[in-house]
Ligand binder design. Structure first.
Ligand SMILES: C[S@@+](CC[C@H](N)C(=O)[O-])C[C@H]1O[C@@H](n2cnc3c(N)ncnc32)[C@H](O)[C@@H]1O
Length: 362
């Protein structure tokens, strides 16, 4: 009989936990150092930059640190309980990060220019703008070319990691536990016949995590950006499992038949949609979810359950050009989900993100 040697079984658990904490601490320090440096430079090159955001109180700063530690503890605990393998905690595209960090720095002057000129819909002449909803043609986060170029797609993951001090993936991983639980309802279906769609899949990081936990299920990803889909295809091709089917599509008009998916996920999309588009996407997700299936949303925290982080929530749309964020922070997504037909909606918060787990009635 062939025995496979699992490296995780050879290393004491306490050592792995220490390694995970050190890994995250390294990312946090790198994120903080980068922000410190880029804020100093921004102050130098953008007059009145100081007045754009409010400084955080010591109390809010401490609570943010506490929230980050709790998130990492939950991340570790879920791995220990077998929701996902411990190896997922250490997954990081190091080669990409080293390759593109200089490009992130080179991109800063372009952001300053956009902030100075209040120019938030600026695209290179090669970028095809036809056929996209107007609300989408924005330089979200002062991103060069918005979501519509390979340059933007190459920098995105690193920029998000720096913004969240290395917690973007731990926040994304919080969808895995409810997803596993939700798919239990279909335990009589062969894994290959289970269909899971990630709406606004971006560069494919959530799909990659879902693939690790469910090596056999049929995965699908939809996004409006051809460049981000190309990037996702690259990331998802790194592993030997079947490639998820990626399609360029608006979440408001998904190209799938009714009741097709056992589960849908969507990570960090809703704060970038205007109110009506938020409702349309939810209704479209309801249409393509199977009765008994689930829809999991992960997005930013909101004012109602995180008043202690109000200054961070006020600063974010001003400092990063997020035109729909302010409305999002007070929007009632439970009401929207119920209006679409979902029921039994669980809500939870982890650090800077909030999760809605909604069920389509059987
Ligand atoms: C903040 S990014 C999140 C990407 C990814 N889910 C993640 O976890 O990093 C927002 C993504 O939503 C996509 N997007 C925005 N509006 C969309 C829409 N109406 N339909 C489909 N995708 C959309 C963008 O192209 C971008 O990839």
């Amino acid at each position: 009989m062939q025995s496979s040697l699992n490296i995780e079984q050879l290393i004491p658990e306490s050592l792995t936990q220490t390694a995970y904490q050190a890994f995250q601490q390294g990312k946090a320090l790198f994120g903080l150092a980068h922000k410190n440096m880029s804020n100093r430079l921004t102050r130098l090159f953008v007059p009145n930059w100081e007045k754009i955001g409010q400084p955080l109180s010591k109390e809010e700063f401490d609570q943010l640190q506490q929230g980050r530690i709790q998130l990492l503890e939950t991340d570790w605990k879920d791995a220990q309980e077998g929701v996902y393998p411990t190896s997922l905690l250490f997954e990081n595209p190091w080669n990409e990060f080293f390759l593109y960090y200089p490009a992130v720095l080179l991109d800063l002057p372009l952001s300053w220019q956009k902030i100075r000129d209040r120019e938030y819909q600026n695209f290179s002449s090669q970028v095809e703008q036809d056929g996209y909803p107007n609300y989408y043609l924005q330089n979200f986060h002062y991103q060069t070319d918005g979501y519509l170029s390979d340059w933007s797609a190459n920098l995105y993951d690193l920029q998000v990691e720096l913004l969240f001090n290395g917690t973007a993936d731990p926040m994304r991983r919080r969808i895995l536990k409810p997803l596993k639980k939700g798919l239990n309802a279909f335990s009589d279906v062969l894994p290959k016949q289970i269909r899971v769609l990630d709406v606004a899949c971006g560069t494919g990081r959530s799909l990659k995590m879902i693939r690790t936990v469910f090596p056999k299920v049929s995965l699908f990803g939809a996004d409006l950006s051809p460049a981000y889909l190309r990037k996702a295809n690259q990331l998802l091709s790194e592993t030997p499992e079947e490639l998820p089917q990626l399609v360029q599509a608006n979440g408001e008009e998904l190209p799938y038949q009714d009741n097709y998916f056992h589960a849908l996920t969507s990570v960090f999309l809703f704060h970038e949609l205007p109110p009506q588009a938020r409702q349309n996407v939810i209704e479209e997700c309801f249409r393509v979810t199977k009765p008994g299936g689930i829809f999991i949303i992960c997005d930013s925290i909101q004012a109602i359950d995180s008043p202690q982080f109000q200054t961070s929530m006020d600063n974010f749309p001003k400092m990063f050009h997020e035109p729909y964020y302010k409305h999002y922070t007070t929007d009632n997504l439970v009401e929207r989900l119920e209006k679409a037909g979902f029921e039994n909606i669980d809500v939870e918060n982890h650090f800077m993100s909030k999760y809605w787990v909604a069920h389509k009635p059987v």
